[in-house]
Design a protein around this ligand. Structure first.
Ligand SMILES: C[S@@+](CC[C@H](N)C(=O)[O-])C[C@H]1O[C@@H](n2cnc3c(N)ncnc32)[C@H](O)[C@@H]1O
Length: 356
C-alpha cells in the first residue's frame, strides 16, 4: 500500500514552499499523487522533481554566458548546491538580484541565463575588474578586436618570447592609470593577463601593482568571442558599481535576492588568500558584513551568503555560528586547498547562510 505525506511535509522534506509542491502536483510532475478532499497527498517515497528552470539551465550552460575570467573563490564548482539553495519564487515574487562581491560572477551568469530579472546589480571593489564588466557591456566589439590582435601576436611567439610578451603587457597595464580614454585597452590587458598569468590569480603589491608571474599554457583562449558577445547581451540592463559592498543598501528591497560571496575568512594564518586588492578583509569586516546581513534581512530582503567553515581546522571556533545564529546555517562539501604548506586538496565544508 502506498504511504502518503501531506504537501506541507513534502515542502519541508524538499526545502521548497508548500505552494510550489501544489504547483508540481497539479502539473503532474510528481508520480502517483492523489487528492484527499481539496488537499494534495504525495507518496512518501516520491523524489523531489528537478526544477524545470534548473533543467533548462543545464541544457543551456554550454552555449550561454559564463565567467570571462578565472577568479579566486570562483563559485563554478559549487553552482549546483548554490542553485539548490535559492529561495522560492525567484523570477516571480523575487524580481531583483544583486551580487555585491561579484568577482568572476559564476552564479550571476548562471542566473542571467535562466531568469529575466527586472533589475540586477553587481559590484566589486576591484576597479579594474569592474571596468571589464563595463566595457563588455558598452564596447564589446572594440574589446573583441583588441583581444584578437593580442591573441594573434601571442600565438606567433615561442614559449620564451611569450613570457617576455606577458611581462611587457603587465608593465603596460601597471603603468597606465585607468581612465575614460584607456578603459577598452585596459580591459583587454586585464583579460589577457588573467588568461596567461600563473593560475589566473589577481594579486597586487603594496603599491597596488599587479604582480602575478607568467603562467605556462599551451594555447590559452585569450579572445572567447562567443562568450563575450553572449555576456554583453545579458548585462545590458545590469547596474554596475565599483565601491564598498555597503552600497547594496541603496538597491535591495523585499523583492531582492542578495548573494554575498565575500573574501573567505582564512582557515589558518597560512591558508588565506584574501588579498584580491590592496585591502585585506579581516574579522572586523566579517562582523560588519554580518550586521549588514541582519539589517537587510529585517527589511525583508532574501539573503544568501557563503564563507569558509572554521570547524575544518578548529571545532571550537564558532565565529560564524555565533555571528549568524538567528539564520539558517548549512555546512556544504567543497573541494578546496586546505593548507598552503601541504598543498593538499581535499573535501572541506563551507558555510551557506540563508535567511529563508
Ligand atoms: C570570493 S570573491 C567572489 C567570487 C565570485 N562569487 C565568483 O564566483 O567568482 C570576493 C570578491 O570580493 C571583492 N571585495 C573584497 N572586498 C570588498 C569590499 N569591501 N567591497 C566590495 N567587494 C569587495 C574582491 O575583489 C573579490 O572579487
Amino acid at each position: 500500500m502506498i504511504q502518503y505525506m501531506s504537501a506541507r511535509e513534502a515542502a519541508e522534506k524538499w526545502n521548497i514552499s508548500q505552494r510550489r509542491v501544489s504547483i508540481l502536483c497539479s502539473e503532474s510532475r510528481i508520480p502517483d499523487v492523489a487528492m484527499l478532499g481539496n488537499m494534495w497527498i504525495i507518496p512518501r517515497n516520491a523524489e523531489k522533481p528537478v526544477d524545470a528552470r534548473m533543467k533548462r539551465n543545464i541544457i543551456l550552460e554550454k552555449k550561454d554566458a559564463r565567467p570571462f575570467v578565472k577568479w579566486a573563490g570562483g563559485k563554478g564548482q559549487l553552482l549546483e548546491v548554490l542553485k539548490a539553495n535559492l529561495p522560492d519564487g525567484l523570477g516571480e515574487k523575487i524580481t531583483k538580484y544583486a551580487e555585491p562581491f561579484v568577482g568572476g560572477g559564476a552564479l550571476l551568469f548562471d542566473l542571467l541565463n535562466v531568469y529575466s530579472f527586472e533589475e540586477v546589480y553587481i559590484n566589486d571593489n576591484n576597479k579594474e575588474l569592474m571596468n571589464v564588466f563595463l566595457v563588455v557591456k558598452t564596447n564589446c566589439n572594440k574589446l573583441i578586436n583588441e583581444l584578437k590582435t593580442i591573441q594573434k601576436e601571442y600565438e606567433k611567439l615561442g614559449m620564451d618570447e611569450q613570457q617576455i610578451y606577458y611581462y611587457a603587457k603587465r608593465d603596460l597595464f601597471n603603468n597606465c592609470e585607468l581612465n575614460s580614454e584607456n578603459m577598452i585597452s585596459k580591459a583587454a590587458l586585464f583579460i589577457f593577463l588573467n588568461k596567461t598569468c600563473f593560475n589566473g590569480l589577481y594579486r597586487v603589491n603594496k603599491s597596488g601593482k599587479f604582480n602575478v608571474p607568467a603562467g605556462k599554457y599551451k594555447n590559452p583562449l585569450i579572445c572567447d568571442e562567443d562568450n563575450l558577445v553572449s555576456i554583453s547581451k545579458k548585462v545590458q540592463n545590469v547596474i554596475m558599481r565599483s565601491c564598498d559592498y555597503h552600497d547594496i543598501e541603496t538597491f535591495a528591497d523585499d523583492k531582492t535576492l542578495v548573494y554575498f560571496d565575500p573574501p573567505y575568512r582564512p582557515l589558518s594564518v597560512t591558508s588565506g588568500f584574501t588579498s584580491y586588492t590592496e585591502n585585506q578583509f579581516n574579522d572586523n569586516d566579517q562582523i560588519k558584513l554580518a550586521h549588514l546581513y541582519k539589517k537587510l534581512s529585517d527589511k525583508g530582503v532574501k539573503v544568501l551568503l557563503s564563507n569558509s567553515d572554521p570547524h575544518n581546522v578548529n571545532y571550537e571556533d564558532d565565529f560564524f555560528d555565533e555571528l549568524y545564529k538567528e539564520f539558517n546555517i548549512q555546512r556544504i562539501t567543497a573541494v578546496r586547498t586546505i593548507n598552503s604548506k601541504s598543498e593538499k586538496r581535499g573535501n572541506v565544508t563551507e558555510l551557506l547562510i540563508k535567511n529563508y
